[in-house]
Write a protein that binds this ligand. Structure first.
Ligand code: RNT
Ligand code: ZN
Length: 414
């Protein structure tokens, strides 16, 4: 308490109101990706390996193998994360109860257990069609496939998934983000770069044709994937142009999907100048789109700052997207999500208006000096008070809960 009070005073000196920052943070939803819990495998049990040029590495024991296990693991994480949470699902996490259907025939009923789960916890659900890890995506092509039958199959999958997102929105209230990411591309230099893109454009038009209440549609670009180095059909320019020309379709930014010196923090205000929604996949790329656990690093803080400075907390939809199989997966969820929130708190504790004023006056000396001083302000004390007010452990004590769960539950799997 003493530390909190002195921290409040310190922030006041910068013209920052810590109480207001905590109040705002409480209501910022973070969409937690279910796929960290099981290495992006899902429940279809078709024996299909993870494909599409994305990879999990590591063989830490305790991976969730069933819906019950994944939900139980998520519960442990949810209790250790303050604030407002959502869960982000993939189509491959459908629950069949014996009556398995293929991806083009998925129905809301296959996600009823997830809706019950979300209702009981008062959280929203987001969704992603799964265009990978499937025999019909074995050659790495889906919505741009030259074979019209295969392409039609994936179009039906996309359509089915949007109806499932609409079901989430209707059952849980609010909106559900439905994100299209496809792995389509080529390992070798293509002979035709336009044809696949025209087919993808047509597929998307078919998928988005139906008007659906409560669904926020988005498309996710990428620069390259493993085994798909030469050409990606759904590139940045392609989807940016698609979203700009299609009302209600947004461009999702995944910060692992750009050239290494390109920064998503800078893309957020660029998109906010044109779009009322900017969905994000926050991840940590290391040398490539490696999807490491999100740490409280400079770019994460800068992403959070842009969201806050641009008054984008209601427009930017924050989702996480990483998968580390080399450490305790519940801990991975907790570390990454809490880091996203710490970054937001640090952004909310910036005197944004006065910093903007300094920029406009051209006073870059004071701007630099004040910002550097603010870096040493006691963020941790405010974070601790925030966690306390949310009834979650403030410090490293949360790890004891995870370690206990690991001993009692996770280590007994296999
Ligand atoms: C792949 C994309 C995509 C996936 C998830 C599982 O590079 O980032 O979002 O990671 O859909
Ligand atoms: Zn992503």
């Amino acid at each position: 308490m003493e530390r909190y009070e002195s921290a409040v005073k310190l922030y006041e000196k910068f013209g920052v109101e810590t109480k207001a920052a905590m109040e705002i943070l409480k209501d910022v939803p973070i969409s937690i990706h279910c796929w960290q819990g099981d290495d992006v495998i899902g429940f279809e049990s078709a024996g299909e390996a993870l494909s599409g040029g994305i990879q999990t590495t590591g063989n830490y024991p305790g991976r969730a193998r069933t819906p019950e296990e994944l939900m139980a693991d998520l519960d442990v994480a949810l209790k250790l994360i303050p604030g407002k949470k959502r869960i982000n699902l993939h189509a491959s996490y459908a629950i069949f109860d014996g009556n398995k259907v293929d991806r083009d025939a998925l129905k809301p009923e296959h996600f009823k257990a997830w809706v019950d789960y979300a209702k009981a916890r008062n959280i929203g659900l987001d969704f992603n069609p799964t265009f990978f890890s499937h025999p019909k995506a074995a050659d790495g092509l889906t919505l741009s496939h030259p074979d019209e039958e295969i392409r039609a199959f994936w179009v039906r999958h996309g359509q089915a998934c949007r109806r499932i997102a609409a079901y989430f929105a209707k059952e849980l209230g609010g909106e559900s983000l439905c994100n299209v990411w496809i792995p389509d591309g080529y390992k070798e230099i293509p002979a035709d770069r336009l044809g696949p893109r025209l087919r993808l454009k047509d597929s998307l038009d078919q998928i988005f044709a139906e008007k659906l209440e409560g669904v926020v549609d988005c498309v996710e670009s990428k620069v390259f994937g493993i085994g798909v180095e030469a050409y990606t059909v759904g590139s940045n320019e392609f989807y940016m142009a698609y979203a700009a020309k299609h009302e209600g379709v947004y461009n999702l930014l995944d910060n692992g999907h750009y050239h290494p010196t390109e920064m998503v923090s800078d893309k957020i205000p660029a998109l906010l100048a044109f779009f009322d929604r900017v969905p994000l996949h926050v991840t940590r790329p290391m040398r490539w789109d490696s999807d490491h656990v999100v740490l409280l690093d400079d770019e994460l803080k800068e992403i959070a700052k842009e969201i806050v400075r641009c008054d984008g907390l209601k427009k930017v939809m924050i989702g996480l997207d990483y998968f580390d199989a080399s450490i305790n997966r519940v801990a991975a969820w907790v570390v990454g999500t809490r880091n996203m929130q710490k970054a937001l708190l640090s952004a909310l504790l910036e005197p944004a208006a006065s910093f903007k004023g300094l920029q406009d006056q051209g006073n870059f000396t004071r701007l630099m000096a004040e910002r550097e001083a603010l870096k040493l302000a006691p963020l941790g004390d405010i974070w601790a008070a925030y966690c306390e007010s949310e009834n979650v452990p403030a410090g490293i004590e949360w790890l004891e809960t995870v370690e206990q769960y690991e001993k009692e539950v996770l280590m007994k799997r296999n």
